[in-house]
Ligand binder design. Structure first.
Ligand code: SF4
Length: 195
């Protein structure tokens, strides 16, 4: 029995939304017919009608396609010590450029980062992957880490960022609830959008 549940939201989508750089079609969905789709990014597997957003509220069905609204839309970016991350002896005495966006795929009532995880917004700073890597190098960070809200919501962006990070000798990690589907995990490991 969930403590509480979010109703699936229905949005009126304007054409302006699709012009935002952070709004991108996601490869993580399948069609269900009659314009309905199923998001396959996490195990919620939300089935969405046109204009409807998933439980995370940051992915929605627009005319039969799944769009993420959080590609590169950052709500925080900060160099943080590796020692405060849930990783054992991973690049000790260095820092990672740590980023987040909005939303979460879990509705926990006790979230310490509720100001990020419980809100659906298109406010934030759009940072292209190349720019983020430059920031990390300028800061002297050893890598990139996604945290604060649930990194699942940044998956497409993370894959693009991590590919660039590896090419520039930076490590990459996510602090996640692990509720990704095998398809999404495979996309992280191969750094390819397999669709
Ligand atoms: S990522 Fe969001 S829309 Fe997709 S299945 Fe999970 S909760 Fe639903």
């Amino acid at each position: 029995m969930p403590i509480y549940s979010w109703p699936l939201r229905v949005y009126k989508v304007s054409s302006d939304l699709l012009r935002l750089p952070n709004v991108r079609e996601s490869p993580f969905y399948v069609g269900l017919g009659n314009g309905r789709i199923r998001c396959t990014l996490c195990h919620r597997q939300c089935a969405l009608s046109n204009g409807q957003a998933g439980l995370c509220r940051m992915r929605l069905n627009i005319d039969g396609k799944l769009y993420t609204t959080t590609y590169g839309l950052l709500t925080a970016a900060e160099s943080r010590p590796m020692e405060i991350k849930p990783l054992y002896h991973y690049y000790p005495r260095t820092s990672a450029l740590t980023i987040s966006t909005w939303g979460c795929n879990f509705p926990c009532a006790w979230c310490q980062n509720w100001h990020l995880s419980k809100f659906a917004s298109i406010d934030g700073v759009y940072v292209p992957p190349e720019k983020l890597i430059e920031w990390a190098i300028e800061n002297g960070d050893s890598g990139i880490n996604i945290s604060f809200n649930e990194p699942t919501l940044l998956t497409e962006y993370a894959i693009d960022v991590f590919k660039l990070a590896r090419a520039r000798g930076l490590h990459a990690s996510i602090n996640t609830n692990g509720y990704l589907t095998p398809q999404a995990i495979k996309a992280y490991s191969t750094q390819e959008w397999t669709g």
